[in-house]
Design a protein around this ligand. Sequence first.
Ligand code: SF4
Length: 379
Amino acid sequence: MDPSSPHAARLLPSDLRLIYDKVLAQERVTEREALLLFRHNDLNALGLIANVIRNRKNGNMATYIRNLYVNYSNLCILSCQFCAFSAKKRDPHAFELSIEQIADKVKVGLGQGITEVHMVGGLHPTLPGSWYIELLETLRALSPDLFLKAFTAVEIRHLAERIFKKSVAETLGLLRDAGLGAITGGGAEIFDPEVRDRICRGKETAEEWAEVHEIWHGMGMRSTATMLFGHVETLEQRVDHLRRLRDLQDRTGGFTAFIPFAFVPETTDLAHIPPTTAADELRTLAVSRIYLDNFEHITAYWISFGLPLASLALNYGVDDLHGTIMEEKIFHMAGAKTPIAQSQAAFEKAIREAGRLPVPRDTYYRKLAPVASGSVVSA
Ligand code: SF4
């Protein structure tokens, strides 16, 4: 059904009609309205409203990217309470890949048709700045078509302040010149300072996270934005997070997409927190689509939600399923039960069964020509 049709409007509960009319008229919803949406239990109505924007911006297309995740090391000077990934040097699960090992993984990925490497790690205490430059230059030299998306804003600040000992702008300039094409959206968690104090004490503030992205966007570059939800935050704090992102996007226009993650508590210090429900995940994706009117794309990260729910979300405002991802550690070390890779064929099937048209994309969400389907990407 066309979510913009008069027939669709008749299916909505009366308390959502005003928001629906605003969305149809391309007017912004307020934070108060976003909160009302978060508290609403008519999920299908939320999906219908979200799909007005989703279809306006992206038609019937649903994208995915052929990519490879690499975690170069989990050594980290911080110990965020929600994180099961990080390690100290003597921990049995600590790891650190050499540039050669990373390059070997990327070569395998290139043979399987990847167009992007997505690379993040902990805040490594000792790797020198030259290591990061050499890493980017080595990967850059493997293929002129390979896009390097790497480092969270937290890693960038760590590199700037403790490793390069230069300003954020100078550090980003060095990394860009070595081949960095985009920075990742990680490290945002929930922006509210009280929440940060409870789940990631000592980590950069919301303002510091935003500053890195703002500087990067000012250099003509793009990045994604994220939110880790479903732990100790309130719905008001989720809305506050979205508000800050919408304001920043108004200023820079540099975010390609919003990617919310559902918290996986299992092996973390916050294991007592129950995992998120499918209803909460779909609702969060739909409300994000409705509220973030200046974001072109909403991605359902299947590693966190599972591919079945992520494909269902294509009718709750989502237009992108993220990537094939040959290897994932951060969510799986926290207890995620999802696989670590998806084939292109699996993506295409999931998207078609949701009634959408599958289209491969690049890092900047530009559509790419399809390649032979069925090339299984596996670890
Ligand atoms: S979330 Fe990032 S910064 Fe925090 S402990 Fe884990 S790896 Fe380190």
